[in-house]
Design a protein around this ligand. Structure first.
Ligand code: GRF
Length: 188
């Protein structure tokens, strides 16, 4: 059985797509949803799907390795970061080699790194009058958005596209590809 833990800090629309995608899968399931924000909507989604949740705080996440015990309790063998805004500590990176992926709403290595998340990314793409944007799925290391790239998909940007239009086009790519790429990574 492949048990996925999803880490998310916000709305969790990607997490919801992943949960729905694996709903009837006999071999792969979302076994835990972790957030650093008690008010994150992703926690409500988890509860309505009867998925266990875990709220983490900075001190515990960075000063201890307790999370490894909790992940082991839920038999987690794969981690998907879906809008999780904290840097991943070394102990967690090392515990999940090639078993932890992140989705970034741009075509890395451009528009990545500290502070480049959510609307900040799309605003930068818009300001630079890019002709395309897209998504990057990559393995996670100790630096923001620098792990080995697994998959990228792009979308065209027109001169009339607003930042919101760009965000919507990119989010559509995320929702389509994140669950499917996870499925192919976990099928091996
Ligand atoms: C997405 O844009 C994703 O690329 C980024 O954070 C956002 C998460 O959105 N990492 P949601 O919480 O899944 O709706």
């Amino acid at each position: 059985m492949k048990n996925i833990a999803i880490f998310a800090s916000g709305t969790g629309s990607n997490a919801a797509k992943i949960v729905a995608y694996f709903k009837d899968n006999a071999n792969i399931k979302v076994a835990l949803i972790i957030s650093n924000k008690a008010t994150a909507k992703v926690l409500d989604m988890a509860k309505s799907n009867q998925i266990p949740t875990l709220l983490i705080n900075r001190e515990k996440f960075y000063q201890t390795e307790d999370l490894l015990n909790e992940l082991a309790f839920y038999k987690i063998n794969f981690i998907a970061l879906a809008g999780f805004l904290w840097l991943i500590p070394t102990y967690l990176v090392k515990a999940f080699p090639k078993k932890m992926v992140n989705i970034h709403p741009a075509l890395l290595p451009k528009y990545g790194g500290k502070g480049m998340y959510g609307q900040h990314v799309h605003q930068a793409v818009f300001a630079n009058k890019e002709k395309e944007s897209g998504i990057t799925l990559h393995y996670v290391n100790e630096q923001y958005d620098e792990g080995h790239i697994i998959f990228q998909a792009s979308c065209a940007i027109t001169s009339t596209d607003s930042t919101a239009d760009i965000a919507k086009k990119v989010l559509n790519l995320e929702h389509h590809y994140f669950p499917r790429i996870l499925g192919s990574l976990l099928a091996t």
